[in-house]
Design a protein around this ligand. Structure first.
Ligand code: ZN
Length: 159
């Protein structure tokens, strides 16, 4: 069976950045299970997996536009330290929920100055070219309920 719209695919994968550093991997964990054609995974990977079948392996390089998008400079902001009322030590790398006009956004501290803190609301992989090594381990039909919900049901699903 080939991967196509409305099929559920299980994949093992390694994800590296341009520098060859391992960013993410299914190794030592369960394969990633997703519904093809439902936007469950990034567009570039979904396209690359179209028509692949069990046992196929592929290496795919995905530009930011087909992955997590470009870095939006306006999402990097410098805010007064007072905005972190109640937080004693603020360090680079800490993440917070920020309230915005579009709802809560997860931001990461990228700079700490005397009176201000710089936070970045971009996805951690925004602006990055991604290199995936993928192995297809299972392909099956989606159930009617999975198609209705637009995602895969299985262990860990809470409904
Ligand atoms: Zn569901």
């Amino acid at each position: 069976m080939q991967i196509s719209d409305k099929k559920v695919a299980s994949i093992n994968y390694n994800l590296k950045n341009d520098a060859g550093e391992l960013l993410d991997s299914s190794e030592g964990a369960e394969p990633l299970v997703y519904l093809q054609g439902a936007g469950n995974i990034i567009p570039g990977l979904e396209k690359a997996l179209e028509s692949k079948q069990v046992g196929d392996t592929l290496e795919v390089t995905i530009a930011p536009e087909e992955a997590y998008g470009p870095v939006h400079e306006e999402m990097i902001q410098t805010v007064p330290r007072d905005a972190f009322d109640g937080v004693e030590d603020i360090d680079v790398g800490m993440s917070f929920q920020a309230e915005t006009a579009n709802g809560p956004v997860s931001v990461v501290v990228v700079g700490v100055e005397e009176d201000t803190v710089t936070v970045d609301g971009n996805h951690p992989l925004a602006g990055q070219t991604l290199h995936f090594y993928v192995e297809v381990v299972e392909v099956r039909e989606a159930s009617a309920e999975e198609l209705q919900h637009g995602h895969v049901h299985g262990p860990g699903c809470n409904h």
